[in-house]
Design a protein around this ligand. Structure first.
Ligand code: NAD
Length: 337
């Protein structure tokens, strides 16, 4: 079946891993990537798509109502996969407004346009990409399931929770064909350098202190980004309208353990005269409201849609370190010539 799929935020980390995978898998679909190109968007991440005949890029803001309507009409948008967001928790603490605008108002603008165009058509789907951070924090045991009550603790997670509620309301009020997926922390190539894993690699290779918040014991359930992309594809095509699907790698790691693992990989690849990169690990003042532990129960996604994580953390983190090391070396070369 022919589709014109609007992918928002496709120049960001997850979107730019998703688009090449999706375009290659569905040559009959046309993917229209709508991205504002904020500091977090980078078209270099999509170089491999430049020759795809089923891919187009449009620069623009999902909060701009008349522009979004024009995109829907001009490109005869049939479906939406909505990644665009302000995504960095630290930035949400220093500048929450942008998070409310893009994550809440932007999602509202897309939903409203989609509703006007497609009403409750079963052929047209709106897939909202969200996060496990909406569930708040866990103690030492237990998992977030789709039935866990929302308890967001940062302006970022509160704005994502708000957008999830709008998506829910558009199903219950208007019958719009929506699905929501709430995923745990992603890692892999193309992530912005502000995030934890790229920061660790960048600081280590630059021989700078590697900053780790608090005692480093905050736990996240890490998933390789391509495993997330595959889950999105399954949910987009096979998820039940109005349902939520949790996505997680069943791979709990604390921040200190991740930093140590990365340093050990770098020790093997780029031996340091002054001893292990681990010596660069430095504890810094904790982030306010820092959730202690996230862990996902992905049973629903596995049993209903047959998904499973394919990448192990040991192999995924090596690939990731290699990708950023290579990137960093290219940047350093550019700076010295
Ligand atoms: N990264 C993770 O670990 C993770 C985990 C779970 C869920 N998510 C969710 O996945 C989605 C993508 O995350 P990411 O890590 O790729 O984010 P990112 O910050 O890397 O990318 C976001 C993209 O959205 C674009 N954008 C921002 N504001 C926009 C606007 N107003 N209009 C159009 N485009 C805009 C940016 O230019 C950027 O390309 C987000 O919704 C995020 O909440 C991320």
């Amino acid at each position: 079946m022919y589709k014109n799929v609007l992918v928002t935020g496709g120049a960001g980390f997850i979107g730019s891993n998703f688009i090449p995978y999706f375009c290659e898998k569905y040559p009959d679909y046309h993917v229209i990537n709508l991205d504002k190109l904020t500091y977090a968007g980078n078209l270099d991440n999509l170089k491999e798509c430049e020759n795809f005949s089923n891919y187009s890029f449009i620069k623009g803001d999902i909060c701009d109502t008349s522009f979004v309507l024009e995109v829907f009409e001009k490109h005869k948008i049939t479906d939406v996969i909505h990644f665009a967001a302000e995504s960095h928790v630290d930035n949400s603490i220093s500048n929450p407004r942008a998070f409310i605008e893009t994550n809440v108002l932007g999602t509202f603008t897309l939903l409203e346009t989609f509703r006007k165009k497609h009403k409750n058509s079963k052929q047209n789907r709106f897939h909202h990409i969200s996060t496990d951070e909406v569930y708040g924090t866990l103690g030492e045991t237990g998992y977030f399931s789709e039935k866990t009550a929302y308890a967001p603790n940062s302006p970022y997670s509160a704005s994502k929770a708000g957008s999830d509620m709008l998506v829910r309301a558009y199903f219950h009020t208007y019958g719009v064909n929506v699905v929501t997926s709430n995923c745990s922390n992603n890692y892999g190539p193309k992530q912005h350098s502000e995030k934890l894993i790229p920061t660790i690699i960048r600081h280590a290779l630059a021989e700078e202190p590697i900053p780790i918040y608090g005692d480093g014991m905050n736990v996240r359930d890490w998933i390789y980004v391509i495993d997330h992309c595959k889950a999105v594809n399954l949910i987009f095509h096979g998820g039940i309208a109005g349902e939520i699907y949790n996505i997680g790698g069943h791979n709990e790691q604390n921040n200190l353990g991740i930093a140590q693992k990365i340093c050990e990989i770098l020790d093997q690849k780029y031996r340091r005269k002054s001893g292990s990169y681990c010596k660069l690990i430095t504890f810094v003042t904790d982030r306010p409201g820092h959730d202690r532990r996230y862990a996902i129960d992905a049973t629903k996604l596995k049993t209903e849609l047959g998904w499973k994580a394919e990448e192990s953390f040991d192999s995924g983190i090596i690939k990731t370190v290699e990708w950023y090391s290579c990137e960093q070396r290219v940047v350093e070369r550019k700076l010295t010539v």
